[in-house]
Design a binder for this molecule. Structure first.
Ligand code: SAH
Length: 226
């Protein structure tokens, strides 16, 4: 038997409350909020965790990975300044939720995930929910996705030591990249804008993410200092 609140209407109510909370916490981009009001986040997590899907927390998605907390998804989507029809590359598909939010905002999304079972699951749910503008593939995303480049926007949802070099080449002039970078012990959310020959960086506060593992990321899980 379903518990009260576990119905489509119950989930829609929770989603609305999540969005109200995000707005109160400083998310101002109405298009981001509207997309998050529509995408059924509970379907991107394991069944046993569904009732917690609209709390502002990270949740496990297997292989030691997590679906980012709603505030982080909202903030990164806002920093990305998504325009209708934009071509977006995402590194770290994870559950597929962030990709679905960008898809719901009218973007064409190419998302890469290094864990095969996670990528398969994300692709399945994206297909079930009919987000036709979102493609998910399984490989080391630090190489980028050259065949579909250049991109208007790039979002990296795992923390790396630096922006992977191939990604800088796949971002078009005037494009923006959002990524958590670890500088010492204080990981930061960074926006990189590609102007003509210059690159402009801005810092958007501290951030906590799983590591970006690959050729142009960390070679293996960086172990924290004791
Ligand atoms: N955007 C995701 C958050 C996933 S957490 C969501 O909405 O759920 C980050 C993900 O990045 C993890 O699933 C991890 O496996 C993946 N990842 C780490 N290094 C990667 C790499 N080099 N290429 C592709 N994916 C990577």
């Amino acid at each position: 038997m379903k518990k009260s609140g576990d119905t489509a209407r119950g989930f829609a109510l929770r989603r609305q409350r999540m969005v109200d909370r995000l707005r109160k916490d400083g998310i101002g981009d109405e298009r981001v909020l509207e997309a998050m009001r529509r995408v059924p986040r509970h379907l991107f997590v394991a069944e046993a965790l569904r009732t917690r899907a609209y709390e502002n927390i990270r949740l496990p998605i297997g292989q030691g990975q997590t679906i980012s907390q709603p505030w982080t998804v909202a903030r990164m989507s806002e920093l990305l300044r998504v325009e209708e029809g934009a071509r977006i590359l995402e590194i770290g598909a994870g559950s597929g939720y962030q990709a679905a939010v960008l898809g719901a905002m009218g973007a064409r999304v190419f998302s890469v995930e290094r864990h095969a079972p996670i990528a398969r699951r994300a692709a399945r749910i994206i297909k079930t929910l009919e987000y036709w503008s979102v493609s998910i593939k399984h490989f080391d995303g630090t190489y980028g996705w050259a065949a579909e480049a250049p991109y208007d926007r790039i979002i990296v949802t795992a923390m790396g030591p630096e922006v992977p070099e191939p990604l800088t080449r796949q971002l078009r002039l005037g494009g923006r990249l959002v990524m958590p970078l670890s500088s010492g012990k204080d990981p930061r959310l960074v926006v990189v804008e590609r102007e003509t020959e210059r690159w402009k960086r801005s810092d958007h506060g501290s951030a906590s993410f799983v590591p970006l593992i690959g050729k142009y990321g960390y070679e293996r899980n960086p172990t924290p200092d004791p």
